[in-house]
Ligand binder design. Structure first.
Ligand SMILES: *[C@@H]1O[C@H](CO)[C@@H](O)[C@H](O)[C@H]1NC(C)=O
Ligand SMILES: *[C@@H]1O[C@H](CO)[C@@H](O)[C@H](O)[C@H]1NC(C)=O
Length: 360
């Protein structure tokens, strides 16, 4: 008979990766899935440039974003640039309050960053800038009424998607985190941000995990072919580049495994009594796009999951390399607009209890 420990070892990574399938799988799945009956009215977003809807530009201009600031007044919005939260809004009819800022890390103390330009401004932290921005809006009155008048706990979803900057260049990859801190400190930072949202009345939480950063052009293509200003110390030696690529992939795995383990139902019930929390495994969505791109990428060129669309005269004349909906990545580090649509579509499935990328 196998020992208890050998059985555990066998279950090992699978149970950590996907969560132990519990007895409740035998019951009516809907009965036990609080998200299946959720009628989401509002989504409050925190994150980095993946999610930024214009707030980051304001922040980087050097002045704090004042309470009551309206995202639709941002130059980004005026340019018609859509963020994935805009697509969530479009697909689900939910209201959107977006506190995400480009360049942000979970905590600007844990991973202090500066814009990659000479004397660049300090980058935001979810903890230090984004959550306080939300709290300030929550306390703010406009014409005598609550500025945020649509954040009823039962129908408001709070989501945090942060890690690209924390784990990558300028963060853990290049050992620029605060001394002695590990990836698990970043993981705990994310939950500590949810603690604050819980204390502020939030009850529906979606934690979005990290994409396969080791598949982004920034961390795969040789130096000189990516947006190297975001990774000034990118090795030109292939062996060293491979080592960096393995390192960033390992950090993503450590963080994502920890997110799943810490979002098990019993752990959540203890930390956030009366609240519901799921991990949106966007990492798996990206891996699925990479393994069958034709099913997801719909531009006019063959799908491309390694490069980026390039707007150049040569490409314009040849009619190649410019159909951005054919690409997984929009630039060296960011998802393309089509990928953002897919992220948004699946987010709507996650928050209505229907997604295979969430363990309910
Ligand atoms: C790809 O699909 C989206 C809808 O998901 C659509 O808005 C977009 O225009 C399509 N792209 C192309 C190039 O047809
Ligand atoms: C993907 O796009 C890049 C341009 O960024 C190009 O160099 C590469 O050949 C493309 N790959 C495929 C499979 O078409």
């Amino acid at each position: 008979m196998p020992s208890f420990t050998s059985v555990l070892a066998l279950l090992g990574s699978a149970s950590i990766a996907y969560g132990l399938p519990s007895a409740r799988n035998n019951a009516d799945p809907k009965a036990d899935n609080p998200w299946a009956s959720l009628k989401p009215k509002t989504v409050v977003y925190f994150g980095d440039s993946y999610t930024d809807g214009g707030r980051g530009v304001y922040f980087m201009s050097g002045s704090p974003v004042p309470p009551g600031w309206d995202e639709s007044t941002s130059p980004f919005a005026k340019l018609g640039k859509k963020s994935w939260p805009d697509y969530v809004k479009q697909y689900s009819g939910t209201n959107s309050h977006n506190y995400a800022m480009s360049g942000a890390s979970c905590s600007s103390v844990l991973v202090p960053r500066k814009a990659p330009i000479p004397n660049g401004p300090k980058m935001a932290g979810v903890q230090e800038d984004e959550i306080p921005g939300f709290m300030a809006d929550k306390a703010f009155k406009k014409d005598g009424k609550d500025f945020l008048n649509d954040i009823d706990p039962a129908s408001t979803v709070y989501t945090i998607w942060i890690g690209t900057n924390d784990l990558g260049a300028g963060g853990y990859l290049t050992d620029e985190q605060a001394p002695g801190k590990t990836v698990l400190d970043y993981v705990e930072c994310v939950y500590s941000a949810f603690d604050k949202l819980y204390a502020a009345g939030g009850r529906k939480f979606i934690l979005i995990n990290n994409v396969p950063l080791d598949k982004t052009p920034l961390y795969t293509l040789p130096k000189g072919q990516g947006a190297d200003q975001f990774y000034p110390t990118k090795p030109s030696d292939p062996t060293q580049l491979k080592a960096a690529n393995t390192k960033v992939g390992g950090e993503v795995k450590t963080a994502n495994d920890a997110f799943l383990a810490k979002t098990q139902k019993d752990v959540v019930t203890k930390r956030y009594p009366g609240a519901d929390m799921v991990v949106y495994n966007v990492h798996k969505l990206f891996e699925d796009i990479i393994s069958s791109p034709k099913d997801y990428l719909n531009g006019t060129e063959p799908p491309n999951v390694t490069g980026v669309p390039t707007f150049s005269l040569t490409n314009l004349l040849s009619g190649k390399g410019m159909s951005s909906d054919s690409y997984l990545w929009g630039d060296a580090l960011h998802p393309s607009e089509q990928t953002d649509r897919l992220v948004a579509k699946e987010f709507v499935n996650v928050m209505t209890g229907k997604s295979k990328y969430a363990v309910y």
